[in-house]
Design a protein around this ligand. Sequence first.
Ligand code: HEC
Ligand code: HEC
Ligand code: HEC
Ligand code: HEC
Length: 211
Amino acid sequence: MNNSTKIYLLLFLVSLTIISCKKKDEYHSLDERIHAETRTGANGGVNSEILLSDKNLMEITEGHHTFLIPERKGELTSYSCTECHNKPLKQIASSDIKKAHWNIKINHAGSEVMNCATCHNGNDMNNLVSLTGKKIDFNKSYKQCAQCHTVQFEDWKGGAHGKKLAGWAPPRASMTCVNCHNPHEPSFDQRWPVRFNSEKVQERKDGFEFK
Ligand code: HEC
Ligand code: HEC
Ligand code: HEC
Ligand code: HEC
């Protein structure tokens, strides 16, 4: 390489650097951009805190797993139960209070296995009840499901059954059983996959869609 070639090469490199640094808000490398645009939490590092900030979460520890789940009591339309269940069921049923919960039908285990009292305690309606009569907080209703569905419970604790609430990044926040399953009728109806085929495209062309 002779001297003039070296100078040209040098000039070329210098101009390249100038061009690449021209705009202040442009990044020099992908790495730099990732670091600059990563949403970091209070303790630094990649974090889902921002995505979870509008959610009402509570921390639970089950076995080796500690994570967040949504609180439930605020979501129950008929909580607090003791607003009406302030005396034994028989008295309530025969009192002037209107019939209630007509919309709740059990379609879960058979009636020889399960009725309302399997999960609700007439003497302490503000809490759920375990099979052995222990009280279970409505916010921790997964404990009730776990009594019979041990496999799904184990999977859920580890994150294999269910779904995360926001990003993959910590802190871990997972949906709880009742976010997806209605305890009174927990299985999902079978559905056809969403239909999108040539017929649909034709319908759009014909203007049948989105009217
Ligand atoms: C607005 C009043 C009201 C509220 C609030 C209410 N209940 Fe009731 N509940 C009733 C009445 C009235 C009955 C008696 C059933 C009937 O005759 O309709 C009843 C009956 C029940 C029964 C027994 C049903 C049966 O067939 O044996 C259960 C279980 C129950 N309620 C659970 C709850 C739970 C759990 C909550 C809170 C999450 C709650 N209720 C909140 C009014 C209420
Ligand atoms: C397998 C257990 C189980 C059985 C059986 C069961 N429940 Fe529940 N019930 C629950 C759980 C768990 C919740 C809380 C659900 C949630 O967090 O969304 C609940 C919630 C409710 C609520 C509050 C709903 C709301 O949105 O305010 C009422 C009322 C209720 N149950 C009544 C009944 C009645 C009446 C029966 C019998 C016909 C019954 N339950 C049977 C587990 C059960
Ligand atoms: C007392 C035991 C018991 C409790 C408590 C219980 N389940 Fe069940 N559950 C059963 C039985 C029994 C079946 C019927 C199993 C079958 O059909 O194979 C069932 C069925 C189901 C199914 C449908 C399974 C399928 O193959 O379609 C789901 C989902 C489910 N339960 C979720 C829950 C959730 C969520 C809770 C907590 C709110 C819960 N269960 C509490 C006993 C229980
Ligand atoms: C993010 C939603 C979600 C959460 C949270 C969730 N499940 Fe499920 N669950 C599902 C879906 C989806 C299926 C598959 C239903 C189907 O195949 O029809 C399922 C299936 C089941 C079944 C049927 C058997 C099986 O494995 O296919 C049971 C029992 C069950 N779940 C119990 C639970 C329990 C107990 C919890 C909490 C510890 C829970 N689920 C949490 C969505 C959820």
